[in-house]
Design a protein. Structure first.
Length: 86
């Protein structure tokens, strides 16, 4: 299996792909990006974490309670990376 990436500049098409993918059986969302992933790991290890990030409310809900900080509700256009597997 080859791994390739494609940027989709058409926002309407990308939103439709995300919508269809989110309704597909077996689909799931995972938190990505270095800062939030590292924050989650530090909390698991017992650290207190201060995180400053722009995240939608849905993504903020996925953070553990030990993560504190300034979390903006600003919409992030590239919030999603869609992986499609056959």
């Amino acid at each position: 299996m080859t791994n390739s990436r494609r940027y989709i500049s058409n926002d309407t098409l990308f939103d439709a792909i995300v919508d269809a993918a989110s309704r597909a059986e077996g689909s799931h969302f995972a938190l990505g990006g270095n800062a939030p992933v590292m924050a989650m790991r530090f909390v698991v290890e017992g650290c207190e974490v201060l995180l400053a990030a722009a995240m939608t409310p849905k993504l903020q809900e996925s953070l553990p309670e030990g993560v504190k900080g300034k979390l903006s509700d600003q919409w992030i256009p590239n919030e999603f990376i869609v992986y499609l597997r056959a």
